[in-house]
Ligand binder design. Structure first.
Ligand code: FAD
Length: 390
């Protein structure tokens, strides 16, 4: 239990404890070694899958745990709080939401029970492209209908976990942008079976990054995708992708809260035990106050994550709260990471303290899955009614 854990009521306590026990089998040395080798945490992901955590959000009717979003958030938060990295598999929890909400009954019956049982991995989500960036509707990957198939050509970038997934949810254009009235129209979502596709029109190349993230670039060269793998209606894909984003943002925000708690725990412990000038460094307010400030900011962000989750679970519109939760939580974890390094002095940079690794890992969330600027722009335009900027 962390130093601050006692002060705060925590939901889903039993799940939290069970996840913490599972994480204890994968200590820091495990993550450190993988980080050094940029290797995938297969054993950890396997253990999480077997325990059913990655199927938390799949309804019981399809073999999942049928848990609410708040429980999924607790699972991911706890992984981060214990020093692990849920980025290796967090998408398995929410990418299936596209199939669940917009897939046909046949698609759901075919895929969801297999995903829930851990026999099929749906971990890859191909939206971002090198030339369009954040301007999603400018993406160029094109799926042309040809009989009972679509023929896909184009390229994705930052398709995380593609090498460790059987299926990919792919967003592609099916009507050229010039031929649609609204730029959000004419995009479609496909469930691509990468087991058949690799070497038959699909090429995956890993991208080495500043943290261990198993991300890739993916090339489509006349890849044939059966028309039955189209999700929902052709041309409506942008709406389907958007509908999953609130859950994704809330879950990533929960991970950032877990990271922030880990950094605050570590900084507090080190400030108490490290003695310089004959007294613990934590006795100096110059060391205490930044940690206290990071704690206050983490708690404020955590309340926003809870508010977004509450609205989501009540079926209310939670776009603004989910976006703010993601931004505030990513800011809180980034700040806590910085404070943790500073508190550790030189040792903050040593691999064996794990602080530098977690610092690199949590930095990502200022940029992905949506960057801070885009959240501010959403708030400015949609909440405050300021003029549209792009
Ligand atoms: C490790 C990693 C994993 C990822 N995993 C996935 C994945 O699995 N699937 C997937 O589809 N994508 C993934 N992404 C992509 C991620 O979602 C994008 O990197 C992110 O949305 C930003 O897009 P971009 O990199 O193209 O930046 P750009 O759009 O090129 O933007 C660059 C910078 O400019 C800013 N900017 C752009 N336009 C504006 C504007 N109008 N006003 C103000 N600022 C602006 C942005 O905020 C950003 O800071 C991943 C990225 C990384 C790094």
């Amino acid at each position: 239990m962390s130093a601050h854990g006692h002060a705060v009521d925590e939901e889903h306590g039993a799940i939290r404890e069970a996840v913490a026990r599972l994480c204890a089998e994968f200590p820091s040395e495990y993550w450190r070694k993988l980080d050094r080798e940029q290797a995938y945490p297969s054993a950890f992901v396997q253990a999480l899958t077997e325990a059913g955590y990655l199927a938390a959000l799949i309804p019981e009717a399809y073999g999942g745990a049928g848990l609410p979003l708040s429980a999924a958030a607790v699972i991911l938060e706890e992984i981060q709080r214990q020093g692990g990295n849920g980025a290796a598999c967090h998408a398995q929890m929410y990418v299936m939401g596209t199939v669940l909400r917009h897939g046909s009954e046949a698609q759901k019956a075919r895929y969801l029970p297999e995903i829930a049982a851990g026999r099929l991995r749906l971990q890859a989500f191909g939206v971002t492209e090198p030339t369009s960036g954040t301007d999603t509707t400018a993406l160029k990957t094109f799926a042309r209908r040809d009989g009972d198939h679509y023929v896909v050509n184009g390229q994705k970038v930052w398709t995380s976990r593609a090498e460790h997934s059987d299926l990919m949810v792919l967003l592609a254009r099916t009507t050229p942008r010039e031929q649609v009235q609204k730029r959000t129209a004419g995009l479609s979502v496909f469930l691509v079976d990468m087991r058949e596709a690799r070497g038959n029109g699909l090429t995956i190349r890993p991208i080495r990054t500043m943290m261990n993230h198993a991300t890739t670039e993916v090339f489509f060269d006349d890849l044939r995708v059966p028309a039955e793998n189209l999700i929902g209606e052709e041309g409506q894909g942008f709406r389907y992708i958007l509908s999953g984003m609130n859950a994704e943002r809330i879950l990533i925000a929960a991970e950032c809260i877990g990271d922030a708690k880990w950094f605050i725990d570590r900084a507090t412990a080190y400030a108490n035990e490290r003695s310089v000038f004959g007294r613990p460094i934590g006795q100096n307010q110059g060391i205490q106050f930044p940690i206290a400030l990071a704690y206050a900011r983490m708690r404020a962000a955590e309340l926003m994550v809870q508010e977004a989750t509450r609205r989501y679970e009540a079926g209310q519109n939670c776009g603004a709260e989910a976006n703010m939760a993601k931004m505030l939580a990513a800011d809180a974890s980034n700040e806590a990471a910085n404070v943790c390094i500073q508190t550790h002095g030189g040792f903050g940079f040593a691999e064996e303290y794990d602080v530098e690794r977690k610092f690199r890992e949590t930095r990502l969330y200022q940029v992905a899955p949506i960057s801070t600027n885009l959240i501010l722009s959403y708030l400015a335009e949609h909440v405050l009614g300021l003029p549209r900027s792009f």
